[in-house]
Design a protein around this ligand. Structure first.
Ligand SMILES: [Zn+2]
Ligand SMILES: [Zn+2]
Length: 262
């Protein structure tokens, strides 16, 4: 594995270390393509900001700093700056406009909530048997893929549904089919492996294997050590083998633009 486009920074306030420490760790372990994808800034319509993201006031500096590092290390590694971003239809156009202005070079989808988190407090990783929420999640992820701005879907299997299994499979199949048809890869998330989270979820990857959806890996580093994570890499490769996944390696980056549709 010589790429990783899922990296956070101290600016989201739940990650540690300097960006340069992450870069050094990646270079030392043979990473040739690296992307920072911290949580996208978002100011809600009520004027408040969410606490787990890069603050709006830091966004330009975040991009500027990563681009300076990219220049400094350009002979050793190709570094890009982007964001991990939910798909909230009501904020989408404005957010895209902002990330383009900040200078972002790619986006990955991370659907941590089914509605802006100033309205909905339940994360998609929290257990639920709500069919309505499950369908909302699927519909948001598929709509996000159709916008054409996301390079890939981070932890597509984050939704923690405890209800009817056949319904869950039908919904996840919609994501896997859209991924194949729209050519938007699905990420096996290494933070999930490291932390023993509900993802990677076997049932999901079984379906992704059946549908031949394109698959990529992401370290989801929140500290410098995990800017390379060899232990999780072994487990992810085993998952690829087990379900005959269509692992594509380094994804092609999609430059965020306004009014883009696949
Ligand atoms: Zn995430
Ligand atoms: Zn992440």
């Amino acid at each position: 594995m010589d790429y990783n486009y899922h990296t956070h920074t101290h600016r989201c306030s739940h990650a540690s270390g300097t960006e340069e420490e992450y870069v050094k760790r990646a270079v030392e372990n043979g990473i040739k393509y690296m992307g920072f994808s911290d949580h996208v800034p978002l100011r809600f319509s009520d004027g408040t900001e969410s606490g787990y993201r890069v603050p709006v006031s830091d966004a330009k500096e975040y991009c500027r700093e990563i681009k300076a590092l990219a220049e400094k290390y350009k002979d050793k590694i190709d570094i890009k700056v982007g964001f991990e971003m939910e798909y909230y239809p009501e904020y989408f156009d404005k957010t895209i406009e902002s990330v383009v202005e900040y200078g972002a070079e790619y986006l990955i989808l991370g659907q941590h909530y089914t509605a802006p988190e100033n309205i909905v407090v339940n994360q998609t990783i929290s257990e639920t048997d709500s069919v309505e929420d499950l369908c909302k999640y699927t519909s948001l992820v598929v709509s996000a893929m159709k916008t054409g701005v996301y390079t890939y879907v981070a932890h597509p299997d984050i939704f923690n549904f405890t209800g009817d299994v056949s319904l869950y499979k039908d919904e996840m199949r919609k994501i896997c089919v859209a991924s194949r048809e729209l050519n938007v890869p699905l990420e096996i998330n290494f933070l999930g492996i490291r932390d023993n989270r509900i993802y990677p979820k076997d049932l999901f990857w079984q379906i992704a294997g059946e549908e031949k959806s394109p698959v990529v890996f992401g370290f989801d580093a929140h500290d410098a050590l995990n800017a390379f994570d060899g232990d999780s890499l072994k487990k992810a490769k085993a998952l690829v083998e087990k379900y005959g996944l269509n692992y594509i390696g380094k994804p092609d980056l999609v430059l965020p633009e306004k009014n883009k549709r696949r």
